[in-house]
Design a protein around this ligand. Structure first.
Ligand code: NDP
Length: 307
């Protein structure tokens, strides 16, 4: 049976495929016009299985878009000094325009020291404090513009695609992490929304969420946001990726992915909603590729594409 609410679903997977297509076209154009091939260096320290999957997927997606992706796999026992030396080498390599060090790193390495060592213009994750500052102060164009963290960037693209102009809308961002909540709030502020950041100490959380025309959930709590937390017609962006038990007769250990929003009750009330999986996740990788192309252009005095 077809879902009666199908038109409410924001198809992040399809949106990401289309964006990756545009990225590929731009890479070809930039190669033809300027002889420049964007390059992404992906660094993985240790053998965390989830990180290995992420790194493989990022490398594959980059190669498909025509970006040169180089993998740097370092042993689990790599020292901070060794990792910093590699980052320095990549900072100085003109063929590398984007550097991504997959987190988490092993305990002997301070992740902030590594992020601080990446040249801000090559920081395609957008985690360097210089990029955080540029985003917060609205420095979004020119050679020294902010690199914007990929997940919130993808969320904003989907929101603008669905809603058009966001100005004047009430936005609630649930979660205040440096990688999602805070940069999401900064982007929505730039888009002239009235932004509330909610977190674990927020009073009357459901009431706060019910005020939102745009509700972005990034808490890491499976299905926490219920349908009756949502204002009728609101746009709901579910960033959460949570694995929960979903046992069947055949497979008592079966797991499934859910978001931070209870999709079934939320879609009844929302005007638009991203599913999990197939919503925010695919956009995050696509935005990493977009950031790499943007970085390559800025480093070579070329106007970056408008994504
Ligand atoms: P963090 O754990 O860093 O931050 C979670 C935030 O949620 C914190 O600000 C915390 O508040 C708040 N929070 C936690 N519990 C509650 C609660 N019960 N009520 C209200 N607020 C609460 O998570 P991330 O931002 O890194 O990630 C959030 C989710 O997004 C995770 O599921 C993660 O897997 C997913 N994710 C998905 C990505 C994608 O590509 N789709 C990319 C990155 C993350 P406080 O600050 O007060 O502790």
């Amino acid at each position: 049976m077809t879902n009666p609410h199908a038109d409410k679903i924001i198809d992040g997977k399809g949106f990401a495929e289309a964006l990756r297509g545009r990225i590929g076209e731009n890479v070809t154009r930039i190669k033809d016009a300027h002889g420049l091939t964007p390059g992404l260096a992906v660094v993985l320290v240790g053998d965390d299985p989830a990180s290995q999957v992420y790194v493989r997927n990022k490398g594959k997606a980059a190669a498909e878009a025509g970006i040169t992706a180089t993998d740097h796999r370092l042993d689990d026992s790599t020292s901070q000094a060794e990792l910093l030396a590699l980052v320095e080498q990549l900072n100085n390599d003109p063929a590398v325009h984007g550097i991504l060090v997959q987190l988490p790193v092993p305990n002997q390495i301070d992740p902030n020291a590594v992020i601080d060592a990446i040249a801000p213009g090559k920081d395609v994750d957008g985690f360097h404090v210089i990029n955080t500052g540029r985003l917060a102060t609205g420095q979004m164009t020119g050679p020294d513009a902010a690199m914007v963290p990929c997940t919130p960037l993808g969320c904003r693209m989907m929101l603008e695609d669905r809603l058009g102009d966001l100005s004047g809308l009430d936005a609630v961002v649930l979660g205040r992490s440096n990688i999602v909540g805070k940069p999401m709030a900064a982007l929505l502020t730039q888009a002239s929304c009235t932004v509330t950041i909610a977190h674990s100490r927020t009073k009357d959380l459901a009431d706060v969420c019910r005020r939102a025309d745009i509700l972005v959930a990034a808490v890491g709590r499976p299905q926490m946001v219920q349908g009756d937390w949502i204002k009728p017609g609101a746009a709901v962006i579910d960033v959460g990726i949570n694995r929960i038990a979903a046992p069947t007769e055949d497979d008592p250990n079966k797991m499934r992915l859910v978001g931070d929003v209870d999709f079934e009750s939320a879609i009844e009330v929302a005007g638009a909603i991203t599913p999990v999986p197939g919503g925010v996740g695919p956009m995050t990788i696509a935005c990493l590729l977009a950031n790499t192309v943007t970085a390559a252009c800025r480093q070579n005095g070329i106007d970056p594409p408008v994504w």
